[in-house]
Design a protein around this ligand. Structure first.
Ligand code: NZQ
Ligand code: ZN
Length: 390
């Protein structure tokens, strides 16, 4: 096990009445930016529930809605301007990963006197950001507890991340009922993303991390069951609750403690949804991960056999090592497919036109490699896209 620090400062308020705590959590704030997405929160009543609490607690707020999935830098710049002009001292994100990430970007931009996109490009460090909190409406990205934010600049189709511990939200209000209206497709995308946040940490060469492995495997098994149930019946509270909590702890570092993660699948996917805005992050991951597995498994086949046995319940007795590896990969791919996810680029109407370009962008134009389980260069990334094609 490697040395580690664990820092997860977010207060989680979980359950059917969670929103009632909002006024108390915001009581010392002078002005709040209420940030939300494309309208789901207005349709399902979450927005009204939040506003009711703000009004009851006499919290002064200003609104900025309209965050699109794969949040764009344009609206973020608008948010930064509002914060600076109106003296906003807290951002409340009401939505999913896109809204929370957009809020984090605004929180960064409010503290600097240059364009916030520069941080995503250069990764330069700054001292802090405005504090923020969230009312979560979809179980997926885990941004409600994570230190990261991912933003798209449509100029050049670039999707870039930035991370800092001060971006971990102060609180997360989580009512699983708020996710009842999430579509089957987005529920499936979220399930894949939650699994992937643990898989990215699971594929490691670091030995002797048994406790972390057991936590990771238990989480994945629960998510596999809950994802299936929530896709079948969106109003299944227990399944929604499991997904919601798993989404948070799958990405607050708990399932990766004491070892080095991989993250290549995520980086390869970010180029995909940066290039093709219609691609949801989770669907992109469902396509890339099986291809990544097929490309890298020889680096440590034993790890893939454990993946097959402990996460997918494959009985590998009598199989060769290679058969066991592929049985696990196929179980995973079949599960994604059973949720209604695409598992090939062609199923998302993507051909080979931009594969090379995405591989180049994935290395930040030759400035970095990806991954830890197998270190990937531009040619490797392109090879993985090609495996994912058909
Ligand atoms: O915009 P609205 O109308 O709200 O609709 C959203 C959106 O269309 C809808 N939705 C959300 N809650 C709903 C709902 N529809 C009905 N009922 C509800 N209760 O779902 C759609 C997807 O929302 P989005 O926020 O984009 O989903 P998700 O949480 O999957 O976030 C994806 C973004 O997070 C980034 C991804 O790259 C992507 O840009 N990620 C952020 C991470 C982080 N900050 O730590 C880590 C992740 O790996 C990921 O990269
Ligand atoms: Zn993700």
């Amino acid at each position: 096990m490697l040395d580690f620090q664990y820092y997860s400062p977010t207060r989680v308020v979980f359950g059917r009445n969670a929103v009632k705590e909002l006024g108390g959590l915001l009581k010392d704030r002078k002005k709040v930016l209420l940030h939300y997405g494309g309208g789901s929160v207005k349709k399902n009543g979450v927005f009204d529930a939040v506003v009711e609490q703000l009004k009851a607690a006499e919290i002064d707020y200003v609104e900025l809605g309209g965050v699109a999935p794969n949040p764009k830098i344009g609206l973020i710049r608008e948010g930064v301007k509002i914060c600076k002009e109106q003296g906003v001292d807290f951002i409340l994100a009401v939505g999913g990963g896109s809204v929370i990430d957009s809020a984090k970007a605004i929180a960064l931009g409010a503290k600097i006197d240059f364009d916030v996109w520069r941080l995503y490009e250069t990764k330069e460090r700054i001292d802090g950001a405005l504090p923020l909190g969230s009312v979560l409406t979809i179980a997926a990205a885990g941004s409600e507890l994570s230190n990261g934010t991912v933003v798209t600049n449509p100029e050049g189709g670039l999707k870039r991340d930035y991370g800092a511990d001060y971006l971990r939200p102060e609180f997360a209000i989580m009512n699983p009922e708020y996710t009842f209206t999430v579509s089957k497709y987005q529920t499936a995308c979220g399930t894949v993303d939650i699994l992937m946040h643990t898989f990215e940490r699971y594929f490691t060469h670091t030995p002797d991390v048994d406790l972390t492995d057991e936590l990771a495997e238990g989480l994945c098994r629960a998510v596999i069951r809950a994802g299936r149930k929530a896709v079948e019946n969106g109003n299944d509270y227990e399944a929604r609750a499991t997904l919601m909590w798993a989404g948070s702890i799958s990405h607050n570092d708990l399932t990766g403690l004491g070892r080095r993660g991989d993250w290549a699948t995520h980086q390869i996917e970010h180029e995909l949804s940066g290039q093709y805005d219609r691609v949801s992050h989770g669907a992109g991951l469902a396509v890339i991960f099986p291809a990544w597995c097929r490309y890298v498994w020889k680096e440590e086949p034993e790890r893939f056999v454990r993946f097959a046995e402990k996460i997918w319940g494959v009985d590998t007795k009598g199989m060769t090592q290679e058969e066991a590896v592929f049985a696990g990969i196929e179980c995973c791919e079949n599960y994604f497919r059973s949720l209604g996810m695409p598992v090939r680029l062609s199923e998302m109407d993507i051909d080979d036109t931009h594969l090379h370009e995405m591989a180049v962008k994935g290395t930040y134009f030759g400035k970095r490699t990806l991954g830890g389980f197998k270190v990937l260069d531009e040619a490797d990334i392109e090879a993985i896209y090609r495996i994912a094609l058909k």
